[in-house]
Ligand binder design. Structure first.
Ligand code: CTP
Length: 397
């Protein structure tokens, strides 16, 4: 989705600047054109040569570089992009932005630009939490500056907390969303996908035959209509789609936590084949054969993620879509499931042995909404995904 998009990348002076080299590579891999700007402090961490080699372009460094002014003035440079990305955005650079300083090339470009700006902050946790920085963040947000991160974690300085720059792929996802166009641009949509694995012991688990292909196709289709997609997936056979934020999980419990962490969203699509039960007390060491007889497993019920989200009093997504994998009385069972779980739509399919749907390439759908049941002709899972994404777009407009 980044093909031929122009990114003006301002690299500030922080240890995280080394990640910006990878960011350039990731953006270019996706077809974006990256024009790099390196601050004086940034040059202490990465060299102009490595930046320009990765960008495949000269790097802009100095406001008073007359050659630059002859070729392209700083005003023009600031406006020659679809998005200005500041990564790493240091506390100092953000303070300059909030105050409107223009005393070097980076701050001048940021003051002169008329294109959207995104910052990926990176700083020590105390600096991030300082009231002055928090004031600047509030000012920048009020000015319409988008934020990618920061993350929480261990820092180069040895401390722990918020302030770590977002990973390059997370920034790419944020850039993708910021530049998205299409009927779902500006909408954040959650998709669950794949099976869950419920451990019996450290080497054995209970799973199901879901390949994750329908959920993956739906996430891709929503993303291609411009949605920012959070993709929470169990261990699937197919790779996750590119350009979406992927949260890998194993168990139903982990899936619920990842889903709750992803809220609020505009819509949530629950395509995962979640195990209904887990082993009540999974063994922490490998179970061994004994002469005493066969082991017995006791089960506990897993949380119902779809029902939990559908029945939220606060922060319920505007549209909640569940799936129903049935083998008998598909429409009756799915209609009852829609009521019982409290979701808006159910995508029902017949997974009886012989239909070839579970793990296959095609799907045979009945869409259950408040208006009743609607049969779709048998089609590829990609076509189901595209048609469903279009319907979701219509209902969110
Ligand atoms: N689901 C969920 N959490 C669970 C179980 C299911 O979120 N613990 C979601 C699935 O992602 C799917 C929908 O619920 O969207 C239907 O799941 P299904 O397994 O078909 O329904 P069950 O709740 O198991 O009902 P039944 O056993 O009666 O078929």
């Amino acid at each position: 989705m980044l093909a031929s998009k122009r990114i003006l990348l301002i690299i500030g002076g922080g240890i995280a600047a080394f990640k910006s080299l990878d960011l350039i590579r990731r953006l270019r891999e996706r077809g974006a054109e990256v024009t790099p700007v390196l601050t004086r402090a940034g040059e202490e961490f990465v060299t102009p040569l490595s930046v320009s080699a990765l960008a495949g372009k000269r790097v802009f460094r100095d406001l008073f570089d007359l050659t630059d002014e002859a070729e392209m003035g700083h005003i023009e440079l600031s406006r020659s992009a679809d998005l200005v990305v500041v990564a790493p955005a240091t506390a100092d650079l953000m303070a300059k932005m909030a105050q409107g300083h223009a005393d070097d090339l980076a701050s001048t470009l940021l003051l002169a630009t008329d294109t959207p700006v995104m910052v990926a902050p990176a700083m020590n946790v105390r600096m991030w939490e300082h009231p002055a920085t928090q004031r600047n963040i509030a000012t920048l947000k009020a000015d319409g500056i988008a934020f990618a991160g920061p993350n929480e974690g261990d820092m180069a300085c040895g401390e722990h907390g918020p302030g770590r720059m977002a990973e390059p792929l997370e920034i790419v996802t944020a850039v993708d969303a910021a530049l998205a166009s299409g009927p779902l641009a500006g909408k954040r949509i959650l998709v669950t996908s794949g099976p869950t694995h419920e451990p019996i012991d450290p080497v054995r688990y209970i799973a199901n035959r879901s390949s994750g292909s329908q959920g993956t196709a739906i996430a891709r289709a929503l993303n291609s209509l411009g949605a920012e997609v959070v993709f929470v997936t169990g261990p699937a056979d197919v790779p996750p789609p590119q350009g979406v934020e992927t949260v890998p999980v194993e168990t139903a419990q982990q899936m619920l936590e990842a889903v709750q962490a992803a809220l609020p969203v505009d819509a949530a699509i629950f395509a995962a084949a979640v195990a209904d039960w887990r082993v009540a007390s999974a063994s922490t060491s490998k179970m061994k054969k004994t002469k005493g007889g066969l082991p017995s497993l006791e089960f506990a019920e897993n949380p119902d993620i779809l029902a939990t989200v559908s029945q939220l009093d606060h922060g319920r997504p505007g549209l909640v879509v569940g799936f129903a994998a049935e083998t008998d009385d598909v429409v009756e069972n799915a209609t009852a499931k829609r009521k019982r779980k409290g979701c808006d739509w159910i995508v029902a399919n017949d997974v009886s042995h012989g239909t070839g749907i579970m793990g296959g390439k095609e799907n045979d759908i009945t869409l259950i909404t408040e208006n009743g049941a609607e049969d779709w002709p048998r089609m590829s899972k990609d076509d189901v995904a595209n048609r469903l994404a279009e319907r979701i777009a219509q209902s969110l407009i």
